[in-house]
Design a protein around this ligand. Structure first.
Ligand code: SF4
Length: 241
């Protein structure tokens, strides 16, 4: 088997190591393909479909982050069909999620002229902010369900399995098992979920408190800043459907 494959990306021939993905091939050709669930340190889950590209001869659009580059393939990263698919995905994301703290997604929305109201009135998934531990806060109203935090918490990094999906359909959310608080879960507060979150859904508690108006001097007594002083008592999702 050859060590490399040669394919055409947007009219440009490119040679990449065998086993490369279409995303890697596109990057080698200098093409920008938008991504969301993909993170270079994690196993690509192929969930968000933002990175779809068109491959000549393929019936459906292919998720570039999980599709292997084949010798002789002819790939289009920004065809009208690709643009339509990305615009639809972005519009649906923005209609259901608060993306105010996701600058990369905001840039994609502009780039693809995605309208959050394209399919009817905006209907956001609203959840109360969860402040149940000293290390980080969780605002799942800003969560795009990319799965990155779950992967970092599981077999891609920490192997503690504190996070998973819960709920169904529109009400799908990230949660601990049975919705217990973080201190009650297997979480070891490594912070890797926070590091890979592409939106403001997971945030260091210190950052959150600074945004709330606390000064660095006040945070010198950080441990004394308890939940009830900041906002109503912490909540979790136990029992919510
Ligand atoms: S909390 Fe962040 S990393 Fe986790 S699924 Fe939501 S957006 Fe992705």
């Amino acid at each position: 088997m050859a060590d490399t494959v040669r394919l055409t990306i947007d009219g440009q021939e490119v040679t990449v190591p065998a086993g490369s993905t279409l995303l890697q091939a596109a990057q080698a050709a200098g093409r920008e393909v938008p991504t969301l669930c993909y993170h270079e340190a994690l196993t690509p889950p192929g969930l968000c479909r933002l990175c779809v590209v068109e491959v000549d001869g393929a019936r459906t659009l292919q998720a570039a982050c999980v599709t292997e580059a084949r010798d002789g393939a002819v790939v289009h990263t920004r065809s009208p069909r690709v643009e339509r698919a990305r615009r639809t995905t972005l519009a649906m994301l923005a209609s259901a999620t608060n993306l105010d703290e996701a600058p990369q997604l905001q840039a994609y929305l502009q780039d693809y002229a995605a309208d959050p109201a394209a399919f009817g009135p905006v209907a956001r998934r609203e959840y109360p902010l969860i402040d149940d531990n000293p290390m980080y806060v969780r605002d799942y109203s800003q969560c795009v369900l990319c799965w990155r935090c779950v992967q970092a918490c599981a077999t891609d990094a920490q192997y503690v399995f504190a996070l998973t999906f819960a709920g169904r359909g529109f009400h799908t959310r990230i949660s601990t098992a049975y919705g217990v608080s973080m201190p009650e879960s297997p979480c070891v507060f490594c912070g890797q979920c926070v590091a890979v979150c592409p939106t403001g859904a997971l945030k260091p508690r210190r950052t959150f408190l600074l945004e709330q108006g606390y000064t660095p001097e006040q945070l010198a007594h950080y441990a004394a800043v308890d939940h009830d002083a900041v906002h109503p008592p912490a909540t979790h999702y136990a029992g919510q459907v």
